[in-house]
Write a protein that binds this ligand. Sequence first.
Ligand SMILES: [Zn+2]
Length: 321
Amino acid sequence: MVSIGRSEDGVLPFSLSSSQIRGCLVKLGTSLNQALKNHSYPPLIQQLMGELMALGVMLASTIKYEGKLTLQTNSDGLVKVMLVDITSAGLIRGYASFDKRSEKDFIFDQDSQHISIVEIMGNGHIAFTVDQGAEMERFQGIVSLEGDTLSSCARHYFMQSEQIETDIFLTAGYYKGIIRSGGLMLQRMPDSQNKDGVMKPSQPIGGSVRQKEGLSNFEEDWNRATILMNSVKNRELLDPKIDAQSIVYRLFHLDGVRGYPEREIRFGCHCSRERVIATLSNFSQVEISNMFVDGKITVKCQFCNSEESFTQQSIDASILN
Ligand SMILES: [Zn+2]
């Protein structure tokens, strides 16, 4: 087995000083591999999970929250459900459920730039939920799975739900035998949102800030920034030796790019025996009795595949009393 080093996974938020454009760059390797390691997903699902995790990290970096952000697809194609969640502390996990009988149909195209989701996901929707605990209101946005790629679904989401023009580049694939993913996002912020303190000012990356004469031509700046963003190479996003700052500087140094504190992303599953007990205690005694197979109840975490088993004795001790 190929060993994976310390987490180089993270998200670098940035803004372009020449206009009201903010963005972020995500690179995932270790966390993605840890999320996948206890599952035997076909390579195409691994790639799709890589893209969805990168997208989840991007969404999480655009909002302020204390709790958990969940990105979930439900669809009627070969892939039924994909779910990624990321806590405000930067812990990410995910799982996919798919039609195992159709595994041969998950054709992996090593050379593909982006994964076409139409054939493998079919019709469905993608939901974005922020859960900040019992006392806070849950926020949810849903859009149908439209367009050919996850990036186009996300662009559609931001336009429909937030009225924010957004461009997203996502990629996932094997780099030197290890699956990795990454992405870049740019958002054109309305005046008020650019000043709401979502991001703390930081240092210019590389120190070069272009001074523009007079007011920026926002349209022109946006078009140029998106062209530059889409010129990013897959290898740059997948190679762990190329750091986020270097890529962002290479692409946007003429646009006065400013970096904000980079956030580390790690794999983390918050399942526990206590949580399973809390879930089981919602069932009636009869329902619990019907869950026994060969004298025990086994509950498997769909994220990390760890198992919790209960005998009649442990159920009696922890739930029924
Ligand atoms: Zn777990």
